[in-house]
Design a protein around this ligand. Structure first.
Ligand code: ATP
Length: 344
């Protein structure tokens, strides 16, 4: 098994701590998304894995090998960056053939491999075209084919789809995931798009301020977020301040009698789909309907409870009370994730 293992990896740029003491184990054959807001250190972490940047401290191992100081061209990794870095004056075929020719492979072998790679990324027969004759999505595929040409040991993609429009990006996410599964190649994708991470990742790594907050399956990050930041970053949620009162929890708009808090103050995360809307007086939280957004596939209801905004999602076509109506909200039992108040 060639797992990628990072231990205590730190990177400083002068006074900036871009990546701080990151420990990560990425299992062989998985696709991992590094997810987090702008400036959290995703790209720096990726560049250290690639060998484009060396850690200030810590160690990176690939299988049995310590690669911390191995130069980029000796790592045997494939990379695709947002800029794609295709050669605009070369044809599609010559772009893909470039790394193969660098290795001194013969003409027939190179041509066969280029054909195979273009089939793999579903662009058969475009070898002779100029890069400038391709759409953004097609260029993306050529960049992926070129990165896969030399059968890399690890595949690294930094915001590979961010230049594409929303529809094409979603289609490419699925294609990229299927391609990765077919090849079984360990892949790391940097993204700030949580939907992209949910679509592609076997494991999501959520970062904030240079640190890893959580690494888990996407659905486990969604259901059991490690911190309020994670809860809010992956999907939508309601973060509600709560105070212990007897065996229950007091919060804006009401009292949850069966929610025992481990501390006097806490922060609750309740997902919008885990709240139901009942007639006034029939549930524990009183709220007023402020705004309704009907997305067609679902209805999003925005409410106010004593100055706190609460969002509730209902299924398509659900009957929703009108704006201005006073209603009751009830969380599904067990749906609240409880954080200590200081975690906010
Ligand atoms: P984005 O999504 O905006 O690309 P990111 O999560 O990839 O952000 P990084 O690019 O890794 O974040 O940057 C992390 C921090 O390190 C930032 O504060 C950034 O300004 C700083 N940084 C990154 N590269 C350098 C550099 N070469 N010199 C100095 N500071 C840097």
């Amino acid at each position: 098994m060639t797992d990628l293992v990072l231990s205590g990896v730190t990177k400083r740029f002068g006074a900036t701590l871009a990546v701080e003491a990151v420990d990560l184990a990425i299992p062989d054959g998985t696709l991992v998304c590094l997810l987090g807001p702008s400036g959290c250190g995703k790209t720096t972490l990726m560049r250290m894995i690639a060998g484009l940047e060396s850690p200030s401290s810590g160690e990176i191992r690939f299988g049995a090998e310590d690669i911390t100081r191995v130069p980029v061209h000796r790592r045997g990794f494939g990379m695709v960056f947002q800029s794609l870095a295709l050669f605009p004056h070369l044809s599609v075929g010559d772009n893909i053939a470039y790394p193969l020719r660098l290795r001194g492979e013969g003409r027939a072998a190179v041509e066969g491999r280029v054909r195979e790679l273009l089939d793999l990324v579903r662009l058969p027969g475009v070898e002779g075209r100029a890069i400038t004759q391709l759409s953004g999505g097609q260029r993306q595929r050529v960049a992926i084919a070129r990165a896969l040409a030399v059968a890399p040991r690890l595949f690294l993609l930094d915001e590979p789809l961010s230049a594409l429009d929303a529809k094409l990006r979603e289609a490419m996410q699925v294609e990229l995931k299927l391609l990765q599964q077919r090849l079984g190649i360990t892949t790391i994708v940097v993204t700030h798009d949580q939907r992209e991470a949910m679509t592609m990742a076997d494991r999501v790594v959520v970062m904030q301020s240079g640190r890893v907050l959580q690494m888990d399956r996407p659905i486990d990050v969604y259901r059991r977020p490690a911190t309020p930041f994670v809860a809010d970053f992956l999907g939508q949620t309601n973060l509600l301040a709560a105070r212990r009162e007897g065996g229950g929890a007091r919060l804006a708009g009401g009292f949850l009698s069966d929610l025992a808090l481990p501390a006097p103050q806490a922060l609750l995360s309740i997902r919008p789909e885990d709240l139901s809307i009942l007639p006034d007086g029939e549930g524990p939280i009183a709220a007023d309907v402020e705004f309704v957004r009907d997305m067609g596939s679902a209805v999003e209801v925005f409410l106010q409870a004593e100055g706190t905004r609460i969002v509730v999602h209902r299924e398509a076509g659900a009957a929703v009370p009108p704006v201005g109506a006073r209603v009751s909200l009830a969380p599904r039992p067990g749906a609240a994730t409880i954080f200590p108040a200081e975690a906010a």
